[in-house]
Write a protein that binds this ligand. Structure first.
Ligand code: SF4
Ligand code: SF4
Length: 481
């Protein structure tokens, strides 16, 4: 049986051999157990969960997720997002945000030509909603392909045509076809934003970023240049949050959020890793890890955090947990346009770090001992003047003359032109002549331990009270006779 007839027999399809002639009647999709398109399923979910009032002109936005030369890590990272989650976007759970109808090569219900058909509809302007392109992976130079097969493709055209007349469509071509009509183009991950690992020096496929591919002059149908959410893999929340605020903008609920000069969401990428790193205190005190697994700053085992725009130290990797430094890994600059080449060799200290670590060491050698004294003193109750009644560290109250001298001046400085806590000396008197009980019993120097208080009370001739002396006699430890 000729191939076209076989196809017709399986799918019950009508003839559609010529690219560009899209029929509105499609055959049933073999294996689609849901019996619905992604969009219909999304509608069913919304009907099940209920939906609040939707302000704004848009009820839904189509998202076409195209995949170039990547590792699918961006997809995995996005599926792990929690704030907002993909599910929340799909069922329209967020006020003011239109429902997302996601056309993703792995997550869509449609497959094969049914999947490709919606891309064709978008190109022809036949959708009943605006669409956004999300591109994952870098874009190869399809002029360099071997034997005419694309490096990265999605679907083939004409749909439902015999194999010998079909042509696989490079994702680069889909970008060229769809970008002019898209409400926005979002590049996700470092491969799509800057070129990433496929575009590293050597670059056999001529890989490049979406921004390189579309050029400086590109503007979406809503007037937006390419939006870049970098990371290898990116933080899933960075992406879903960017999508959410973009949808609010498209739905006229908010102004356009701020993007930096490279198209990154400015509120996510304007800080460096280092500024919010849990190890930054070690850097400042000049103590550095010698090997992996040490708790100190990782700059000497190759961390580039001080110059890298990334918010993983604030946001964590998934659900505010994890992230490079938390997991013990130095920053290798994976969110940066210069990644990977300008951060290699990995795990070697960045040359620029020599100056700053030397300065930190110098400052730290003065600051650390002073802080230790100050910290030790602030770990003492005011009444622990002579000794600390802790059974956990019997020598805790031992202090050196240097320690006491430094603390003396520190204390003076701390309360210079300020009032010290507690009752002031000479002791404040109430006009009525009332004296607070603790002073009546022990005098001005009442902030002392109980045995010293008992002695003071005796000296002052104050009445002796049995509870002034701790009752420890007769105490027996477990197992003592
Ligand atoms: S580990 Fe890296 S980011 Fe963290 S403090 Fe050290 S240099 Fe900065
Ligand atoms: S800390 Fe560095 S290596 Fe880790 S995600 Fe951010 S840029 Fe990438």
């Amino acid at each position: 049986m000729p191939e076209q007839m076989v196809t017709t027999a399986i799918l019950g399809r009508i003839d559609r051999p010529v690219e560009g002639e899209i029929s509105r009647t499609m055959p049933d999709q073999v294996g689609n157990v849901a019996g619905a398109t992604t969009e219909e399923l999304s509608e069913r979910l919304i009907q099940t969960t209920g939906r609040g009032i939707m302000p704004g002109p848009l009820e839904k936005v189509m998202v076409f997720w195209l995949s170039g030369m990547g590792c699918d890590g961006c997809t995995i990272a996005t599926l792990g997002a929690t704030e907002p989650s993909v599910e929340e976007l799909l069922i329209g759970a967020l006020p003011g945000i239109p429902t997302v109808v996601l056309h993703h090569y792995a997550a869509s219900i449609e497959s094969g030509d049914h999947f490709t058909h919606s891309l064709e509809q978008a190109e022809r302007g036949e959708l009943d909603a605006p669409y956004v392109i999300v591109y994952e992976g870098s874009i190869p130079d399809e002029n360099l392909t071997v034997y005419g097969e694309p490096w990265a493709a999605e679907g083939s055209l004409p749909t439902w045509a015999p194999a010998d007349v079909r042509r696989r469509i490079p994702t680069a071509e889909w970008v060229r076809r769809l970008a002019p009509g898209a409400a926005a183009v979002i590049a996700i991950g470092t491969c799509a934003t800057w070129g990433g690992i496929p575009a590293a020096d050597g670059n056999p496929t001529g890989a490049m970023s979406v921004m390189d591919f579309l050029g400086k002059e590109y503007r979406s149908a809503y007037g937006l240049p390419v939006i870049n959410v970098p990371g290898c893999a990116p933080i899933g929340d960075n992406f879903t949050e960017t999508v959410a605020v973009l949808l609010l903008f498209l739905n006229r609920q908010t102004p356009l959020p701020e993007f930096d000069e490279l198209g990154r969401p400015a509120w996510l990428f304007s800080e460096t890793v280092h500024r919010h790193c849990p190890r930054a205190g070690y850097y400042e005190e000049g103590t550095f890890a010698d090997e992996y697994g040490d708790k100190e700053c990782l700059v000497e085992v190759g961390c580039w955090g001080p110059v890298v725009n990334c918010n993983i130290t604030e946001r964590g990797a998934v659900g505010h947990m994890g992230g490079c430094m938390v997991a013990g890994g130095p920053c290798i600059g994976c969110t940066m346009p210069g990644f990977p080449d300008k951060f290699t060799p990995f795990y070697k200290p960045p040359p620029g770090s020599q100056v700053s670590t030397m300065m930190s060491r110098l400052v730290g050698s003065f600051v650390r001992p002073l802080r230790r004294i100050s910290q030790l003193e602030r770990n003492r109750e005011p009444r622990w003047k002579e000794r600390v009644p802790s059974g956990w560290a019997l020598e805790y109250d031992t202090t050196t003359l240097t320690h006491r001298t430094i603390e003396f001046f520190y204390h003076k400085l701390q309360y210079f032109r300020s009032e010290e806590p507690g009752r002031q000396k000479p002791v404040e008197q109430y006009r009525s002549g009332y004296v607070v009980p603790v002073e009546a019993a022990y005098g001005e120097d009442y902030q002392v331990l109980p045995d010293r208080r008992a002695e003071l009370a005796r000296q002052r001739g104050a009445p002796q009270r049995p509870e002034l002396t701790p009752q420890v006699e007769g105490f027996k430890a477990v197992g003592e006779e």
